[in-house]
Design a protein around this ligand. Structure first.
Ligand code: SF4
Length: 296
């Protein structure tokens, strides 16, 4: 028997998922477009070359989390959440290729080692990352962090997506007597915990409810992303790609006090498009404040 699993086990009316995907994508695209329109208001600035150097920075600082890992707490939780969600995203793409495109790749050793074991581990590390972020923000409370209503909502939402994902997996493993359950250790443990509190006759109904709830959470998060701090998922890598490659300090241009018509910027169109992108990429992490002499 080849190791695999039925993707939409116990779920009917899957067409509804594709219908719900349409407004999700539309709202997401509209949110991104609003920011794009704002950046277009800025003055022109050439930040496009050299491509190789810029791509290298993208790989080191965005994909490799190079700069962020210098901060032990902030770096650790961010890396755990980032790599966890990257892995889970790849897992979702694998499901799409397997189920929607009919290319049966989700089977055999790939299914066991990547789609089951690795994704379980990455999902668990992701939960750990969210918990460290909550501990860091609300227990350690570093003075540089400015807490807003979005912070607990974003972290709670991520946690809910991850936990419901494991609950769905656990219920499926138990209800189907999955012969490869040991390859999904986190889902298996969650399933056993659920079985100790919920009677087996509720498993199927609970699984259906949690499956749609998990989908609503995931789609809702995607739609909200461009309107929230999570926008930095896109703006931070873009900001890294278009960063200044000049020597530090070389950007400061002398001000001609005699003939300058204005100093600094007064209206939004006096920023460059990159300056406006910078504004959108800020996550209010407070690290710039940490090194600001006026704050020390
Ligand atoms: S501008 Fe300051 S607060 Fe914003 S992301 Fe950069 S370091 Fe963090």
């Amino acid at each position: 028997m080849t190791p695999t699993r039925e993707v939409y086990w116990n779920i009917t009316g899957i067409w509804l998922m594709y219908v719900l995907l349409i407004p999700t994508i539309l709202v997401f695209a509209y949110g991104i477009y609003r920011h794009y329109r704002l950046w277009r208001l800025g003055r022109p600035e050439n930040r496009f070359a050299p491509v190789v150097e810029r791509v290298r920075g993208l790989l080191v600082y965005a994909l490799g989390q190079g700069r962020i890992l210098r901060n032990i707490y902030g770096g650790l939780f961010h890396a755990l959440i980032f790599f966890g969600f990257v892995a889970l995203f790849i897992g979702t793409v694998v499901v799409m290729i397997h189920e929607d495109f009919g290319l049966r790749i989700m089977q055999g050793n790939f299914y066991l080692f990547f789609q089951s074991l690795s994704l379980d581990i990455f999902g668990l590390l992701c939960i750990l990352g969210v918990l460290i972020a909550l501990f860091h923000r609300y227990r350690l409370r570093p003075g540089r962090l400015n807490n807003t209503w979005q912070d607990p909502v974003v972290l709670g939402w991520l946690l809910a997506v991850l936990v419901t994902g494991f609950m769905i997996e656990g219920l499926r493993i138990l209800a189907t007597q999955d012969p490869w359950a040991a390859w999904s250790p986190v889902g298996l443990v969650v399933g056993r915990v659920l079985s100790s509190i919920a009677p087996p006759e509720f498993f199927l109904a609970l699984h259906v409810f949690l499956w749609w709830f998990h989908l609503a959470l995931a789609f809702g998060l995607i739609a909200w992303l461009p309107f929230s701090k999570l926008l930095h998922v896109f703006t931070a890598p873009a900001n890294i790609y278009f960063r200044s490659l000049e020597t530090k300090g070389a950007m400061l241009k002398p001000i001609d006090l005699e003939s300058a018509e204005s100093f600094g910027v007064k209206t939004i169109d006096q920023f460059t498009w990159k300056g406006l992108l910078d504004l959108d990429a800020c996550t209010e992490c407070g690290r710039c404040q940490d090194v600001c002499p006026a704050f020390a």
